[in-house]
Design a protein around this ligand. Structure first.
Ligand SMILES: Cc1ncc(COP(=O)(O)O)c(C=O)c1O
Length: 403
């Protein structure tokens, strides 16, 4: 006898597939089928992990201690090294006990919201947002409240906009700079104004610093709890080795916060996944105790590609692309092209336009729907210079046919 209940719980059925991973998978599948697809969907550096980090992992593999569990919260020496690295890189001074080593920045995102939110608690989410945030907030029972900024402000929200979104139920402000998907970087004064506003209203802040080392030109990175130290007791900092050291596959991130919240998140992790793979932790230890020369090299390449991409995109009629100052994404508006005829079709949304571009130009882009703002594309410039030029040229040629 079957009981009339849904097979999948409502909480999990409500989660959508990661659109960025889906685009990447579709592009890879087409490529495997022999189509010359160029993918701008990737959220990872196209560089290998630096050799000294790989060597540290190889050495660890040979030592039986690294074949065992570590404490769920991470290797003590790695937690201490992350605390030191944080002081070195952003000037934020924390104890090792305030660091929880997680399975990538993604688990830190999930655990941060799970540790802070009760059902109905609202989180202010500057939008365009990275796809994972609203899903993690909802999974924790919280309510994401989008605050949308567009290309006219370089995708940065103002204190006035944040204040208009605040209610009695607001518990957390999410703050991400440099931003995925827009590449926006807030300057020190903007961060100070936003931090002071959050402090004045007793809000918590979850700040994602995973792109801290990828800022270009005159832009500088500033850590929110360093700019507004009064917020430290209500701030969780998320970070990881993925983007800085080209280590996306190793799955090491961390969460830094007040000791009670970190302990609560560690309890959750101890039942969910336990420790991060011990060998990966050894690799992360080599990464965070080493220098920053590898990321400096990547930054030079990304900066060059960023300039090429933004210039080429802005030459395409109907596309407007503000200059991103951080991360490795451009986020052009394609609103000027929607509803126009291209190859017998009239795409009305950025999803439809992205699909047409994949079919006709064999170029994969992520539509803005994935980031809460239809009418845009996200293009990663973490790919080779030649592919980048070829890919954007193909898009330009196709879109030039729009009438
Ligand atoms: C803003 C942001 N935070 C966190 C992450 C998580 O990275 P990982 O889980 O690979 O460490 C990403 C990855 O794309 C990201 O873009």
């Amino acid at each position: 006898m079957s009981i009339d209940r849904p097979r999948i719980s409502k909480r999990i059925a409500a989660i959508s597939e990661s659109a960025t991973l889906a685009v990447d998978a579709k592009a890879k599948a087409l490529k495997a089928a022999g189509r010359p697809v160029i993918g701008f969907g990737a959220g990872e550096p196209d560089f290998p992990t630096p050799g000294y980090i790989v060597e540290a992992a190889v050495t660890a593999c040979r030592v039986p201690r690294f074949h065992k569990y570590t404490p769920a919260g991470g290797l003590p020496e790695l937690r201490a090294a992350i605390a030191e690295k944080t002081e070195r890189d952003s000037g934020y001074s924390v104890e090792a006990a305030q660091v929880l080593v997680t399975n990538g920045g993604k688990q830190a995102v999930y655990e941060a919201f799970a540790a802070l939110l009760d059902p109905g608690d609202e989180v202010i989410v500057p939008t365009p947002y990275w796809t994972t945030y609203p899903e993690s907030i909802k999974l924790a029972g919280g309510v994401p409240v989008d605050v949308v900024a567009d290309e006219t402000t370089g995708y940065k929200v103002s204190v006035e906009q944040l204040e208009a979104a605040r209610t009695d139920r607001t518990k957390v402000l999410l703050f991400v700079s440099p931003s995925n998907p827009t590449g926006a970087v807030y300057n020190r004064d903007e961060i100070e104004a936003i931090g002071r506003w959050a402090d004045e209203h007793g809000l918590w802040v979850i700040t994602d610093e995973i792109y801290e080392h990828l800022v270009y030109g005159d832009a500088g990175f500033h850590s929110l709890p360093v700019v507004v130290p009064e917020l430290a007791d209500r701030t969780l900092v998320l970070n990881g080795v993925a983007k800085t050291y080209a280590m996306t596959g190793w799955r090491v991130g961390w969460l830094i916060g007040p000791a009670d919240v970190v302990k609560a998140a560690a309890n959750l992790q101890s039942h969910a996944t336990s420790n991060v793979a011990n060998v990966s932790q050894a690799a992360a230890l080599a990464a965070v105790t080493g220098d920053l020369s590898a990321v400096a090299e990547m930054r030079t390449a990304f900066d060059r590609r960023r300039q090429t991409m933004v210039r080429m995109l802005n030459e395409i009629p109907g596309i407007v692309c503000p200059e991103p100052e951080g991360a490795f994404y451009a986020y052009p508006s394609v609103k000027g092209l929607l509803g126009k005829e291209i190859r017998g079709k009239r795409p009305q949304t950025s999803v439809e336009l992205a699909s047409l571009i994949l079919e006709e130009a064999e170029v994969a882009l992520v539509p803005g729907e994935a980031f809460g703002t239809p009418g845009y594309f996200r293009l990663s410039y973490a790919l080779g210079d030649d592919d980048l030029v070829e890919g954007v040229s193909r898009v330009g040629k196709l879109l030039a046919e729009a009438t």
